[in-house]
Design a protein around this ligand. Structure first.
Ligand code: NOJ
Length: 765
């Protein structure tokens, strides 16, 4: 692979600086050697030096570089984040290595959530690829670029399962399903950490936000989480566990409370579960300012109390507040916090530094200054082919009336919409060190695809939103949205005139990237009214209408879905998004993405998710009955279900065959289907396995994803796909909080979405 071959490890090793003291040198990266080394180092440290290791600082206006320099010298800081160039990072590491007494290296972290210099599609889009090889590519490239910038750790993956499209952070996770999220998180950890986070082009991951942050009430960010222990264990915790089983060295603690206890003061979560049950050996880090927030949560009376509760509950490192440094010394002196608690937290920080290889070479991700890139944003540092490939795989075709798509590279195309030429929006939120001017918009992508073959006309048509409050919100921290000064009617008229001149209209509509981010919850998940009016006006021209959706959450798009002839969900698709979208629009790539979240018809249906319980009064649309569980003013089902996505070709799925009608205790059965590409084009699809425990001691979901496989079939080709099903897939948490697989009948459902499946059943003995 390009990024591995291009590195000269021999040169890097030869340039390694030498450290003469016994804290540095070549230490074997084994747990035994680490424990001995860290125990020895701890003995040499003063209380203040230990407490210093627990502080994670964000460089910025509150903490200017000069102030940090002094703190580093005094060994008052353990790690830094939000600094992303080798030059700046080296300067800080130099200070630690040259000025501090014990010369304990700093580690450097950043939110590498979907790429570093190259921006990949947002995580929700990555989940829509259902393609673990693509995820591995994202992980390797992101880790490579992050490590090449001198970073040691990333605040990723975010594996917060969510059924809340109102929550802006759905864009950062992998959707509503536990299994899919677990697989995505596992693969990202494996690919980012590689064989070892100490390797030159690996970084340590920090899985977040522990725990259940995706279940904030009403989808309002930072809000309360309250749920049954069964649901927590069954649906929300497994992805964190999967990421930790894959070796994630870090855990970021969530900002929410869980059943009344904030995660940051939750010793059951951070000690009993994480350390005792799950045997986690890495580091726990609070989220931004979370220790201070314990007072606002009402579980700490004052700063000292907040610090005491946090450290005693198992928060090792504090992010972006000075509380540990300020209050721990006296808390220890007064006996309110024990030295054992300090040693325990410090040990975890030193352990991960050891695992990052920093005691072998504090400059392992930096190299000598002469090796720094002349231009950190150089084009040569990007991985465009990988970004384009992953982006096309993440696009979901939701509707294609009369084969409107793919388009011909001929005639006149009217490209309309406020997002059609926005370099910033296509990158999505958390776009790390990505540079907007390097991203390819839909306009540029279409130009690249059709140059010399078709005529392209453009009109903006509408502002993202006409609401001044929303415009100001989106431009609060960066000038992210340009507001066109023309009146809505003028913009609309121009768009309609442009559309009338064309053979087909492609409208790029949806959300600005800032609408799907941290602190970007919405109570209304429709397309903003300015753009709705645009879509209706374009529809009225009678021209074939292709809607290219750009958004970071499921949207309620009943009307738009009716108006569109073709509907393409492209999410925020990253640096190469425009080229990838053009590939799909013109059929150079046959779409294969599948939704990782249900698309509701309206906000009133939330929470809506495919793996719900049946209830005692399930609604049957074929035999409507007033006293069953439904809305009288809306359908129960989503507009587009979980797992759904079309292709330019068609597929059939055979009936399920089982290797046996019974599964012995702790045994296995396998379930197979034959999938045939019955259309005229080659194409990929995702075969999905769902199970249902028909009768159990607790009510079990109507179906749960327990396996998937992405396959590529040539036109006319068939392939048999077999899923092994073992006892692990049958287990659930019963009313006594025991994880059990109960004997009885299980349904097996296999299909290309969560609704249309071929079914069979077996008996678990
Ligand atoms: C707060 C966010 O909740 C978290 O996800 C992020 O990693 C940190 N800020 C650092 O940027």
């Amino acid at each position: 692979m390009k990024w591995i071959c291009s590195v000269s490890f021999a040169v890097a090793l030869a340039l390694q600086p030498a450290f003469a003291d016994d804290n540095h040198g070549q230490h074997p990266l084994t747990p035994e050697a680490r424990d001995a080394f860290v125990s020895n180092l701890l003995q040499k440290m003063t209380l203040d030096e230990k407490i210093g290791q627990l502080r994670l600082i964000s460089v910025g206006p509150d903490n200017p570089k000069e102030a940090i320099r002094e703190m580093i010298k005094q060994e008052q800081v353990g790690a830094i984040f939000n600094t992303v160039t080798r030059h700046d990072i080296r300067a800080m590491q130099d200070q630690a290595m040259q000025l501090s007494r014990l010369k304990i290296p700093l580690f450097f972290a950043y939110d590498v959530v979907h790429g570093q210099r190259t921006v990949f599609p947002i995580p929700l889009a990555l989940a829509a690829s259902w393609d673990l090889d693509a995820i591995a590519t994202v992980g390797r490239v992101s880790a490579y670029e992050a490590a090449d910038d001198g970073l040691n750790m990333t605040w990723a993956p975010m594996v917060d399962v969510t059924r809340e499209p109102r929550w802006g952070r759905v864009s950062e996770g992998f959707g509503e399903d536990t299994w899919l999220t677990s697989e995505m998180g596992r693969m990202l950890v494996e690919s980012m950490q590689g064989k070892s986070p100490a390797d030159r082009y690996s970084v340590m991951t920090s899985v977040k936000h522990f725990a259940a942050y995706g279940a904030v009430e009403g989808g309002r960010d930072y809000n309360t989480v309250d749920m049954s222990p069964q649901r927590l264990a069954q649906d929300y915790l497994p992805p964190y566990k999967a990421a930790l089983d894959a070796g994630s060295g870090g855990v970021m603690v969530s900002l929410n409370s869980i059943n009344g206890v904030p995660a940051t003061s939750n010793s059951w979560l951070l000690k009993d579960l994480l350390r005792d049950d799950w045997k986690f050996k890495g580091i726990t880090i609070s989220d931004h300012g979370a220790i201070k927030e314990l007072m606002k949560h009402g579980v700490a009376s004052d700063p000292q109390d907040a610090v005491r509760v946090a450290i005693q509950s198992g928060v090792n490192m504090s992010m972006s507040d000075e509380y540990y440094s300020k209050y721990l010394p006296n808390l220890v002196k007064s006996g309110a916090v024990s030295m054992a608690d300090i040693d325990d937290a410090t040990r975890h920080v030193l352990n991960v530094k050891y695992d990052m290889g920093l005691f072998n070479d504090p400059y392992s991700h930096l190299g000598p200054a002469e090796s720094d890139p002349k231009d950190t944003n150089a084009e040569s540092r990007l991985h465009r082919p990988e970004a384009r490939d992953v982006a096309r795989k993440s696009i979901v075709l939701l509707k294609n009336r009369n084969d409107t798509l793919p388009l011909k590279k001929a005639g006149t195309i009217a490209l309309i919409g406020p997002l059609a030429d926005s370099q910033r929006d296509i990158m999505g939120s958390w776009s790390a060190a990505g540079v907007a001017s390097q991203s390819v918009t839909v306009m540029q992508g279409i130009k690249n695809a059709t140059a010399g073959k078709a005529t392209l006309l453009y009109a903006k048509g509408a502002n993202v939103s006409d609401n001044k409050g929303i415009q100001d919100f989106l431009n609060l921290y960066e000038k992210a949205v340009t507001v066109d000064a023309r009146t809505p009617q003028q913009l609309l008229d121009e768009a309609v005139e442009t559309a009338k001149k064309a053979d087909v209209v492609v409208a790029v509509v949806g959300e600005a990237q800032g609408m799907a981010h941290e602190a970007s919850s919405r109570s209304d998940i429709t397309i903003p009214p300015s753009q709705q009016a645009l879509i209706s006006a374009l529809k009225a021209t009678g021209k074939p209408l292709v809607l290219v959706l750009m958004n970071g959450r499921p949207l309620a798009i009943v009307k738009e879905s009716r108006e569109a002839d073709a509907l393409l969900e492209t999410w925020f698709s990253g640096t190469e998004g425009g080229n990838a979208i053009a590939d799909v629009l013109f059929g150079d790539y046959n779409p294969s993405g599948k939704l990782p979240m249900s698309f509701p018809r309206s906000v009133g249906q939330i929470p809506i998710y495919y793996n719900h319980l049946n209830t005692g009064r399930p609604y049957d649309p074929a035999r409507p009955n007033k006293y069953t569980s439904h809305y009288y003013d809306a359908e129960n089902g989503p507009l587009y279900p979980f797992g759904y996505g079309l292709s330019y070709t068609s597929f059939t799925v055979s009936p399920v065959t089982l290797s046996a009608k019974t599964m012995p205790r702790n045994g296995q059965v396998s379930a197979s289907v034959t999938v045939t590409n019955t259309g005229k084009l080659d194409g990929a699809t995702v075969v999905q396995l769902y199970l249902r425990d028909q009768v159990a001691s607790v009510s079990r979901p109507v179906k749960e994803l327990k396996g998937f496989k992405r396959i590529m079939l040539k036109a006319g080709e068939s392939q048999t796909v077999t899923f092994p099903v073992d006892v692990k897939a049958l287990k659930f948490w019963n009313a006594k909080m025991q994880q059990v697989a109960e004997p009885g009948k299980f349904s097996v459902m296999i299909g290309l979405d969560s609704v249309h499946t071929s079914d069979a059943e077996f008996n678990y003995l």
